[in-house]
Write a protein that binds this ligand. Structure first.
Ligand SMILES: [Zn+2]
Length: 81
């Protein structure tokens, strides 16, 4: 009986910055929280876009990102039963 060890990978939700910048205040505010509100969020998104990023990960705990800003995936460790 073969037992392939398959490590499951999970990704954080990430959104295209281009799309986020098109959203109105209400919609953007539902997705991104920023201490300076949606204007602050937009400033930051614009800065990221200017730096060559294409995606925003909607979780600041993400520590594995691609150069374009998207989540590069995380291996989920299987818990011992
Ligand atoms: Zn991630």
């Amino acid at each position: 009986m073969s037992n392939l060890s398959k490590t499951p990978t999970s990704w954080h939700i990430h959104m295209p910055i281009k799309t986020l910048l098109r959203y109105g205040d209400k919609r953007l505010g539902e997705i991104v929280t920023h201490p300076q509100g949606v204007d602050g969020a937009r400033n930051e998104l614009t800065k990221m876009r200017d730096e060559g990023k294409e995606f925003l990960v909607c979780d600041s705990s993400c520590d594995n990102r691609n150069p374009n800003g998207s989540c590069a995936g995380h291996q989920v460790e299987e818990e011992d039963a």
